[in-house]
Design a protein around this ligand. Sequence first.
Ligand code: CP3
Length: 368
Amino acid sequence: MTTTVLPATHPLNTDTASSWLVAAYRGERPAMTPVWFMRQAGRSLPEYRELRVGRRMLDACLNPELAAEITLQPVRRHGVDAAIFFSDIVVPLKLAGVPVEIEPGVGPVFPAPTDTPEAVDALIAGHPAAALEQALDPIRTAVRTTVAGLRLLQGARDPLIGFAGAPFTLAAYLVAGRPSKDHLAARAMIHRHPDAWARLLGWCADLSGRFLRAQVLAGASAVQLFDSWAGSLPAATYAAHVAPASAITFDAVRDLVDETGRRVPLVHFAVGAGELYGVLDLDVDCIGVDWRTPLDQAWSRMPSRPSVQGNLDPALLGAPWPVLRDAVDDVLRRGESAPGHVFNLGHGVPPGTDPEVLTRIVDHVHSR
Ligand code: CP3
């Protein structure tokens, strides 16, 4: 594969290649285990809730100053070892002109489901993925502003993680037109209309890939793909009808390397993937594990033996400190089997979490 060297001013070339996060993603054991939390920028923080008053979620995502400020909030407060870009998996759909809103307490909602071959073709014809390039400007500005803010913080080496939704996660929302518990509409479409399904997934992969690439070129030092509903699929269905599209999304950034020739770290996080690790190992640097499977067991099922990320059960965040501390220590111990380990939760921070508990976890992980 031909590679593209990131500019000399890119954070991976100036600061972040020596960060604990990037080192751990690349299979090394830095001085301390790096820690960040999925959904660290969000409703558990009073300073976030204050900024969001009277603003719709997607309007906040497309306001570069605001998105950058929200991204920095948890880094300042908790001393986590990475920022994750404040945005949402449906932002590329919105920027491509697809009518979508995020309803509070519900999630992404569309005016109508895309559940027939005709609806799929109309969606794709009406919203060419290439049209996204210009529309991504507010994202590029927000990433640049965030990276400038990270450089001003103490230590000044914290990387920004870019992210996108996996094609299956986006398609599951599009096909049902809204969140669903079992993703039955999407799972049914795979088998009833396999060709239309493949076209829909290819289009979603293209959108998510462009979203990722824009974030890296603007300054993100790693990327994570959120394959949130992968666990609803049998392994054979995932392998045949979903994994190829997730691989295409990663392909959009695989060529990007720093000046030493090392690629931008790729992270794949799938929820409920205990049965899938054998088939979802898509040549990435790190696989995020949810709270259900102990890290060492999950890792032993991954053919390429990547680094791992995770996986404290968010249900423990309200437990008495000695119970929580033992659970954190257990995760750290199990993470030792992999070449690199990035401490995280096994899914996002629940909105009602006491933020002081998160800070205490960061301090504890760093004290070990
Ligand atoms: O991790 C972070 O801090 C970065 C920001 C981030 C958000 N969404 C912000 C957000 C990330 C990485 C996401 C990804 C995302 N969005 C996923 C994949 C991760 C996962 O949880 O499995 C999914 C499935 C979505 C879709 C989505 N967006 C849902 C289901 C919701 C919740 C709706 C609700 O109100 O309960 C959202 C909204 C959303 N995305 C919020 C945030 C901070 C909450 C909105 C608010 O503050 O009003």
